[in-house]
Design a binder for this molecule. Sequence first.
Ligand code: NAP
Length: 214
Amino acid sequence: MKIGVVGSGIVGRVLATGLIGCGHEVMIGTREPERADLVQWRHAHEPHASTGSFAGAAKFGELIVLATLGSATQDVIEMAGAANFDGKVVIDATNPLVFYDDAPPGLSVGWNDSRGEQVQRWLPGARVVKAFNIVGNADMVKPEFPCGPPDMFIAGNDSGAKAVVTGILHDFGWNVIDIGGIEGARVLEPLCLLWVNYAISHKSRDHAFKLLHR
Ligand SMILES: NC(=O)c1ccc[n+]([C@@H]2O[C@H](COP(=O)([O-])OP(=O)(O)OC[C@H]3O[C@@H](n4cnc5c(N)ncnc54)[C@H](OP(=O)(O)O)[C@@H]3O)[C@@H](O)[C@H]2O)c1
């Protein structure tokens, strides 16, 4: 499948590389398609990798991954052109983080709304699925833990879109738990804060979530 990854940070590059490893063609979208680290990434994965503008990647993708800085997501969608997302599955991996000098990060939206729901509103023609936001980038692809695969919680309104995203997550080695509609992002985005708080307090990034049940 042709996949546009809108966002060139570590998450965009990790997911793009993982998707190429699963046989997909990927274009990373950025303001700087010829930036040295992106040119290096492109050369390492040619002919399956390309770089372009945010709009170029959104147009290219049959499926689109959003991996932008949380505070820039709405601007990036505007630059990418909302119409370029119409009818497509959109994986929202972003978190609406707010950073402070003397405290762990918080969220700029929550409890009665979420970034996932905002993205669905900003992209009314797209089928948005929240995924990947609850784990550090080092474990997004092929997570290896002694107790087996961790759980990736996903949320979205379109069951067909969630089936596509579940397929990608299975290819990446995740167990998947569908928690329902996109309003589920209201609980998934705070879960990112739990991941980050634990990372800070335990000086470790070697953790992921698993739901226990009987
Ligand atoms: N880091 C993690 O382990 C992790 C884990 C789970 C979820 N997340 C979430 O995933 C998202 C991406 O995280 P990241 O760490 O890869 O990178 P990031 O630094 O949060 O975001 C990088 C992307 O945001 C774009 N960007 C930044 N400022 C912008 C602005 N003013 N206008 C337009 N675009 C702007 C950059 O554009 P250019 O391409 O032009 O530079 C780049 O594409 C975030 O929402 C984060 O919360 C991160």
